[in-house]
Write a protein that binds this ligand. Structure first.
Ligand code: NI
Length: 168
C-alpha cells in the first residue's frame, strides 16, 4: 500500500472544513487503507486526518496503542463522519505536534474525556468513550476535519508555540 504525501501548513486544504462521507464505496475504502498505511509508516504517528493527505472527506484514523501516554487504548480507530457528543469536565494542557506542522509544537488545552459518535470502517455507527491521551488525539484529528490546527488552539502564540529542536 502506497504511503501518501502529507500536506503541510499553510496548504489551504488544511484550513477547509471537510464533507461527510455519504457512501462507503471502494474509493473511500481505498482512501482509508492508504491513510492507515501512511499512519503506520511513520513510527510516532498516532493519528491522521483526510485533509492531511489531500482529501476533503470527514475521515480520520488513529491508533495510540503502545504509546507511553496511552491507558487502555482501543487500538485502531477509523472515524467516518465523527461528531463529539460530549466533552468531559476536566481539561489539561499538553504538548502537541502534527505532521502537517513539522517545525513546531504547542501547548494545547484539551478535554480529558470524550464521547464521540462515528461510523467505523464497516459502515456501522459506533459510540466511543475515549480518555486521556486517546481523547486528546481524537480532538486533534477531529479539529483537522473542521479546518483547525493545534496552532489555532493555543492560548498565546507568543508563549505556547515552540520551534522543534529535534525531530523524533
Ligand atoms: Ni495533526
Amino acid at each position: 500500500m502506497a504511503v501518501l504525501p502529507i500536506r503541510k501548513f499553510p496548504d489551504p486544504l488544511l484550513k477547509s472544513p471537510t464533507r461527510n462521507v455519504l457512501k462507503l464505496d471502494d474509493q473511500i475504502k481505498r482512501l482509508i487503507q492508504a491513510m492507515i498505511a501512511t499512519m503506520r509508516h511513520y513510527p510516532h504517528c498516532v493519528g491522521l486526518a483526510a485533509p492531511q493527505v489531500g482529501s476533503e472527506y470527514r475521515i480520520a484514523v488513529m491508533d495510540v496503542s503502545g504509546h507511553p501516554k496511552a491507558e487502555k487504548p482501543h487500538g485502531l480507530l477509523v472515524l467516518i463522519n465523527p461528531i463529539v457528543m460530549e466533552y468531559g469536565p476536566r481539561e489539561k494542557v499538553g504538548r502537541e505536534g502534527c505532521m502537517s506542522v513539522p517545525d513546531f509544537t504547542g501547548n494545547v488545552p484539551r478535554a480529558m474525556k470524550l464521547r464521540l459518535r462515528a461510523f467505523d470502517q464497516t459502515g456501522s455507527p459506533q459510540d466511543w468513550t475515549l480518555r486521556g491521551f486517546e481523547a486528546v488525539v481524537a480532538q486533534h484529528e477531529i479539529d483537522h476535519l473542521d479546518g483547525l490546527l493545534f496552532l489555532d488552539r493555543v492560548e498565546r502564540v507568543g508563549s505556547d508555540v515552540f520551534r522543534r529542536k529535534t525531530y523524533r
